[in-house]
Write a protein of this length. Sequence first.
Length: 134
Amino acid sequence: KLYNLNGESVYEEMLPEEVNDINNYAQIGKLVKVSNLKVTGYSDADNTNAITIYTSYVDSNGKSQKLDIRVDSGVVLYDENKQQIKSGAYFEGKTIESIIGIIGYYNWNSSNITYSQGRIQLMLTDMADIVFSE
């Protein structure tokens, strides 16, 4: 768990559906811990080491929802064998027990798309911040 100098937790534990609220602008940039995400796919950027990991979760109404995890091109991740992770293939088929990340917003074409058509993403910056289910 991450703490500040006063011994207080520096992240907020949230349900995936709370994180995925695109209209809650105040939470963009917040450091959060989210649990129980199933990796359903990934997309590797063509010209950088950036990765988007697609996950799903079941919301409080029993419906399957999607939440993306983003690994920016400036972030270098290493696996348990100290090998650099260069593709989302590493995450494929895994279940995430918990992940700590920064809530971000992604709009792939801001000139032609309204805000609500964008997506909330959870930004992963370190492998120490992700725990996989066995």
